[in-house]
Design a protein around this ligand. Structure first.
Ligand code: SF4
Length: 103
């Protein structure tokens, strides 16, 4: 028969490890989908050269997420979170109409 104490010692480490795994997974935000309503509404594209230039004439070739004020990573990071798309990761080579020059 397993005592309550033995049960706790056997189960708690496994539960703790499972929770740590979930925390690590949450820290790595999901990559945003271009079709995500929040991303589509601002014309986000993973590849800035694919931006609809007729709809977004203010886009210029030197504007990418990597040099946007809202990019929450280093300019050299391939992907980083952006608050405009709910904290999901955007591509450093991407762009959206909310682009603001990094100060
Ligand atoms: Fe990229 Fe800036 Fe738009 Fe975020 S706000 S998706 S970092 S261009």
């Amino acid at each position: 028969m397993t005592s309550r104490r033995q049960f706790m010692f056997k189960t708690l480490p496994a539960v703790s490890l499972a929770m740590m795994g979930a925390t690590a997974a949450q820290a790595q935000a999901a990559k945003v989908d271009e079709k995500d309503p929040a991303a589509a509404a601002i014309g986000y594209k993973h590849d800035a050269s694919k931006v609809d230039k007729k709809k977004y004439p203010k886009w210029a070739a030197n504007q990418t997420c990597a040099n946007c004020q809202l990019y929450q990573g280093k300019a050299s990071d391939a992907w980083a979170p952006c608050a405009v798309v709910g904290g999901k990761q955007v591509n450093g080579k991407g762009w959206c109409s909310a682009w603001v020059k990094k100060a």
